[in-house]
Design a protein. Structure first.
Length: 432
């Protein structure tokens, strides 16, 4: 049998791609590691695509896009993405756009009988390396941090992340000096400049604590395990403090320190990255190629760390990673999600030439893998996950498990006629 015959036989005969049309978009929102709105794009030929809105984002970010998609051919992924991407934004505001793109790619893969990684240009590997996230310990002691990292090592992981948050210093006597200005209105950390009011606050005791934690963690796992840290600063500390903390951890050869400053401060990231020998990773809240371009071309990040549920989905994140590679910057993939988006990350991961690892954020949720079918219970082997060879994302939904974990206000992919009226874009053509 020729290659042409093989491809022809893989195409769904019940589907005519040129006549395929989107008929509905529906959601079901569950709670697992976080809050995860799952998206289903339905068509006139029975085939559907699955996507996921970023953790904690509102499902409405996806549903408001429905009028721009109904009646369209889902195979025109790039056309539809360009049509909707202006209605996304940084961080969780990107959730709907990215969920739609992933669902479209799943649809196209199913229609043509190929896995999603093939739509991205094929593979550079058969399995992707996983880096395991760990929970923050109840007490910020070296022994407690060593314990949470030990739990991941027992799973066979050799790339592990632990939370070294600047907020940790607030609970340790003597770790901070000075005080914040009183009588201020509450502000989310991204809405003010680090150091406002209090100035630099991390004390010598605080730096010693960071050093002792990293030493305990490194001693626990030994030199053959890659280690990285999360929540390193991201709005709590100034660039100067990030440099001081970063120098305290340099003896332990971390793979990276993550989110040292607010995501909007590209110049600040470059200042920290240039001052440290430990790599700086960032980017989980940046949106689209344009959002990453300055950081890549100025080498403000040593490692780009996009979350495809914010960066633009499969194809856009591939473009971002390829551009980073041209500038000598590798990619790690941030992922706090259900198995739907996780498997999308696996497809993307095998298609990236300069991939370091893909995050797994739900290792403590025993029923997490049961949310979908198509993945075996032993999918994680020695810290690696194989990419499915079945069409699309290679998974389907397990209705019973999803229904069991629905949020109280969420239905199970109910019809969504209330979203048929346009809520984005130019309304001048409508008749009132």
């Amino acid at each position: 049998m020729s290659v042409a015959d093989t491809i022809e036989n893989a195409v769904r005969r019940a589907s005519e791609p040129s006549r395929l049309r989107i008929t509905d978009i529906r959601v079901a929102t569950i709670r697992a590691q976080g809050i995860h709105p799952l998206l289903k794009i339905e068509t006139n030929q029975g085939v559907y695509g699955l996507g996921e809105v970023r953790d904690g984002a509102h499902p409405d970010t996806a549903m408001r896009l429905k009028p721009l998609l109904i009646g369209q051919n889902p195979c025109n992924v790039e056309y539809l993405f360009r049509r909707i991407k202006r209605y996304g934004g940084e961080s969780r505001e990107a959730g709907g756009v990215c969920a739609v793109e992933i669902a479209l790619m799943d649809l196209v893969g199913k229609v043509y009988g190929v896995p999603c990684y093939q739509l991205l240009g094929g593979k550079f590997r058969d399995r992707v390396r996983i880096y395991g996230d760990t929970p923050s310990p109840d007490e910020p002691t070296p022994e407690a941090f060593a314990g949470v990292v030990r739990s991941r090592r027992r799973l066979g992981l050799d790339f592990i992340k632990f939370d070294l948050s600047a907020r940790m210093f607030e609970s340790v006597p003597g770790a901070m000096v000075g005080s914040d200005t009183r009588h201020e209105y509450p502000q989310y950390r991204q809405f003010h400049t680090p150091g406002r009011g209090a100035g630099a606050r991390i004390s010598a005791r605080g730096l010693d604590l960071v050093h002792d934690i990293c030493r305990a963690v490194r001693d626990e796992v030994g030199p053959d395990v890659s280690l990285c840290t999360d929540h390193f600063g991201e709005g709590f500390v100034t660039a100067d403090e990030a440099i001081r903390i970063g120098r305290a951890v340099e003896p332990f050869n971390l793979a990276w320190i993550e989110d040292v400053l607010p995501w909007t401060d590209i110049a600040g990231h470059r200042r920290v990255a240039d001052a440290l020998l430990t790599p700086v990773a960032a980017g989980e809240d940046l949106y689209l190629f344009e959002g990453f371009r300055e950081a890549i071309e100025t080498r403000a990040f040593d490692i780009i760390h996009p979350d495809m549920l914010s960066s633009g989905g499969l194809t856009e994140t591939k473009k971002i990673a390829d551009h980073a590679e041209r500038h000598g910057i590798p990619t790690a993939l941030h992922a706090c999600c259900s198995p739907v988006a996780f498997m999308a990350n696996v497809h993307l991961g095998v298609a990236l030439a300069s991939l370091m690892a893909v995050e797994h954020h739900a290792l403590d949720v025993p029923w997490w893998i049961d949310i979908v079918t198509g993945i075996s219970s032993d999918y994680l082997s020695d810290g690696y996950v194989a990419v499915p060879e079945t069409p699309g994302l290679g998974i389907d939904l397990n209705e019973d498990v999803i229904r069991e974990h629905l949020l109280p206000w969420s239905g199970y992919f109910e019809p969504s006629e209330q979203w048929n009226t346009e809520r984005v874009g130019f309304l001048g053509h409508l008749v009132y």
